[in-house]
Design a protein around this ligand. Sequence first.
Ligand SMILES: [Zn+2]
Length: 189
Amino acid sequence: MRCMLCETLSFSHICKPCRREHLTPSLYTKTIASKVTVYSFYKYADIEMLLHTKHTPLGFYIYSILAHIAFKKFSDNFTFEHTVASLSIDDHTRSGYSHTAILNRALQSRTIMPYYGKMRAANAVTYSGKSHAFRLAHPRDFNYLHVKEDDVILVDDIITTGTTLSEAAHSVQREGKNLLFCLALAYVE
Ligand SMILES: [Zn+2]
């Protein structure tokens, strides 16, 4: 196959030199409601073409690569004193996979236990392209399902205004859980 970015022959959808040159993750921080910190690894504009593969068959491979480069590296370098639960937001399966579940799975480590299907919105409203006022007026009502760990991390792919993560954060905190932080693949400036 050919590398999606430079079109040279490659064993994977993104070749090793391109991964080093274009996809070395950073760690951006944003604070959302309830003083929760969201760490994200890329600027949306920098990897927009790759993010657009979401919900296509190619997206499975691209998200797996990004998960490996950013999320796995993060979990390799971040250990906790006891086991922490990581929950992927809205990890419904579309086109045969869930993009947020792929990111979440890459976090699995000695001290991070990924869970799936624990944080799904009851209201299927889409926020893409919608105003902040619209987002606030149409809450997504997350159904948070219980996990045994007291410390929780939330995982999403793209953070725009932070409304979705704030809502999800609130539903975790309402259950008396300690939300450590959120992780997102990319943030929109
Ligand atoms: Zn390349």
